[in-house]
Design a protein around this ligand. Sequence first.
Ligand code: COA
Length: 386
Amino acid sequence: MKIGIHDIAAATGSLVLDLAEIATNTGTDLAKFHRGIGQFEMSINTVDEDIVTMAARAAKPILDRHGSDNIRTILFATESGVDQSKSAGVFLHGLLGLPGNCRVVELKEACYSATAALQFAVAMVARKPEEKVLVIASDIARYELDSSGEPTQGGGAVAMLVSADPALFEIEPATGLWTSDVMDFWRPNDRSTAVVDGHYSMQVYLDSVGKAWSDFQQAGGNSFDEIDYFCYHQPFTRMAVKAHRRLTEICEVEDVDASVATLEPTMIYNRRLGNSYTASVFFALLSLLDNSENLAGKRVGLFSYGSGAVAEFFTGIIPEGYEKHLRVAHHAEMLDQRTNIDYADYRARHAAYDELTGSYETERQTNGDYRFAGVVDHKRQYRNAE
Ligand code: COA
């Protein structure tokens, strides 16, 4: 039985900061951002948006198309959770008015957990093929102002409907795994921004490519030549290029530049979104699907990395007729309808984030259909935006 991604849709914040704003105001050469890290813009959330409202915005087109019948599980993957106890998925379930006969949980392991969610979903559908699982990856990447991670912030959500006989991506059984207890990036409970040892995190990421690939080979996975496209976790898009160069070295690929060039369609969305943590590798897949032609029958390898660290390499096949199920115009609008903000506005919003404590109401600012309206008696308030 074929199982995998039957539908996929995405959302991001309502605002955008052009990295030229950071370059000009900090005296940084813009080429460092464009060429050095491969980033051009980053999505910024309004005060009334969070991982739940972005998730709702991403999932809505999927529910409109397929209904909620047979979705008995929602797996919400995030590393920017809004509550230590209650799953962001339950807030989402309420906001979207989904039926009660459903199990809902949140999963966490830095930027990796949505891949675990996807694999868990595949296993659940294998057990009950008539059921569908809604997998959500939603994150907001925040680093301290003036830190080296600052230009690699961003955010977004990807919603995926996992089912039997999928229309978009048939996930294959072989998978390569790697876990190692390291401190390259983490966010203690008392912090709203991540602590990161940036260069060390790149080193661990690259080491994990080799480890997960080696396990993938031992698990009976395809050879390098049998994989047509590679989608990597993209904390910044140059990281995908570095990762692919590492893999081509391991696999002794002759024409490395030609192989690296095949990454191009996987990086179009993330260059403009910034880092979306758990969603990032799926934005790479979505970018490939939306921005390439004639993908039917092609095999795609996905490398997922979450600091801390867990990594997984797996593959899938794109079925015939997949293109009829895409939402290319919707995702172009997602990026183009964001409102540009300047450096001063960005900094003010970043600083104001930590001042929101106790009970408060948020101003209506989002251009989306769902709002985070504030907090009353420690309870987060979510609403449909009128
Ligand atoms: N023109 C072109 N390229 C330039 C440049 C210029 N003027 N100035 C610098 N660069 C290049 C550097 O050579 C480097 O490329 P290389 O790695 O291929 O050598 C790249 O731009 C980044 O420069 P660097 O000095 O390493 O940047 P940094 O120390 O300020 O920060 C990160 C880079 C990624 C460490 C930082 O953004 C970070 O901590 N990000 C968050 C953590 C993260 O994303 N980790 C990834 C694994 S999960």
